[in-house]
Design a protein. Structure first.
Length: 103
């Protein structure tokens, strides 16, 4: 596979991981930070906007993984996808911990 397929899988994993908190909080009816909040990433957006943002991330993840030729049969694409999810997951955890408990 060409190198850019792995790059697409990496970002597909990142978008997939980012979709989870927004969809979860939005479907539960809770406000949560989005890039559209004021200030971006720190303020809270309404639940409906989190659902839309989560669905956008889910569609982006699907497109990236599809065009990146993701396959559960290829251990390398699975690892690259999980590394992308881990990277954004770590960043989201650090960022949202600061939002939840301002210091």
């Amino acid at each position: 596979m060409p190198w850019y397929d792995y790059l697409l899988d990496f970002f597909g994993g990142a978008f997939l991981c980012n979709a989870l908190p927004h969809l979860t909080r939005g479907l539960c009816g809770s406000a949560f930070p989005t890039p559209f909040a004021r200030p971006p990433g720190r303020g809270l957006s309404p639940a409906w906007l989190n659902v839309l943002w989560g669905l956008f991330n889910l569609v982006a993840a699907y497109a990236l993984l599809r065009y990146g030729r993701f396959s559960l049969g290829s251990w390398l694409t699975v690892i690259v996808t999980f590394v992308g999810a881990l990277c954004i997951g770590w960043q989201l955890a650090v960022t949202f911990a600061k939002v939840a408990q301002p210091s």
